[in-house]
Design a protein around this ligand. Structure first.
Ligand code: ADP
Length: 265
């Protein structure tokens, strides 16, 4: 079983709220279709919230402690965020269905809960059932109830980790808008050095955030989740999903530039 994450940065337009990059989405869906035509792989899709979720979550400070008197406002923020990411998910499902891909949404807000922003509950039996029936389950960065902070955001990257561990994924692939991990942000540093293999956070020169809208940690948050997976013996690979055919090739197990996150040497 393969878990493929489609980064929020590729499918949404960072500069404007709630705008889908329809051409990227269509291309990615068709690359997935081409690969699935060649075999009957089991595939789970995870996607980020991109500019649909982050600005609202930030505005309502979701994930921060609050007084009971603030709960009415927090609930509205929760609902607005949930609705916005659901809207993005709908666009994704639409694009997949156009390609005849049997995608089915299983939103985290409807069955997962967290403690201190980490998923502590979430029965994945529906994923297994849908996979067995030939569907492609999709889950995405979302809001969930949290026993410590009331409500919180769960990133697509945390979901990847949870699903990979609990469903024992064979392969974990993350498509983003850069070639992989560098020692610093390649978008702001021309001299950033690329890693084929990434084994420790100490390899990073700077610990900066990534997209200015991301409330869930950006590249650093992503790497932390993946190092945790690596500790459990599950390798993952970050690739550039903006490069045409990369998703197709990686699904086909063909050579694609990217960073493997692993604890081994
Ligand atoms: P996605 O939405 O695709 O999951 P993010 O936007 O959260 O991805 O993270 C990807 C971004 O992280 C890249 O666009 C890049 O600018 C930024 N970034 C920051 N530091 C690094 C780094 N050390 N290596 C690679 N990318 C980095």
């Amino acid at each position: 079983m393969i878990i493929l994450k489609i980064g929020g940065s590729i499918i949404t337009n960072k500069d404007s709220q709630r705008e889908v990059d329809t051409s990227s989405l269509k291309r990615i869906a068709s690359e997935i279709k081409s690969s699935l035509n060649n075999s009957d792989k089991k595939l789970i899709i995870v996607h980020g919230a991109g500019s649909f979720g982050h600005p609202i979550a930030k505005e309502y400070q979701i994930g921060e402690h609050f007084n009971p008197s603030q709960y009415p406002q927090k609930r509205i923020g929760f609902c607005k965020t949930q609705n916005a990411v659901k809207e993005l998910n709908m666009h994704i499902c639409e694009a997949f269905i156009q390609e005849d891909l049997p995608i089915i949404s299983i939103p985290a807000s409807s069955f997962m809960t967290a403690t201190n922003k980490r998923i502590t509950e979430g029965n994945l039996k529906f994923f297994t059932k849908y996979l067995d029936e030939g569907f492609i389950p999709v889950i995405y960065g979302d809001v969930v109830l949290d026993s410590e902070v009331g409500i919180c955001v769960i990133s697509g990257d945390q979901l990847i980790q949870y699903l990979a561990v609990n469903l024992k994924a064979d392969r974990v692939i993350l498509g983003t808008d850069v070639d992989g991990v560098y020692n610093k942000n390649p978008k702001t540093h021309d001299d950033a050095i690329f890693f084929d293999k990434f084994t420790s956070l100490e390899d990073l020169d700077t610990f900066e955030g990534t997209t200015n809208v991301d409330v869930t940690g950006g590249m650093v948050g992503k790497i932390k989740e993946l190092l945790y997976l690596a500790d459990l013996g599950i390798e993952s690979k970050i690739i550039n999903a903006e490069v045409e055919d990369n998703i197709f090739k990686v699904l086909e197990n063909k050579e694609v530039k990217g960073t493997v996150i692993s604890r081994g040497n």
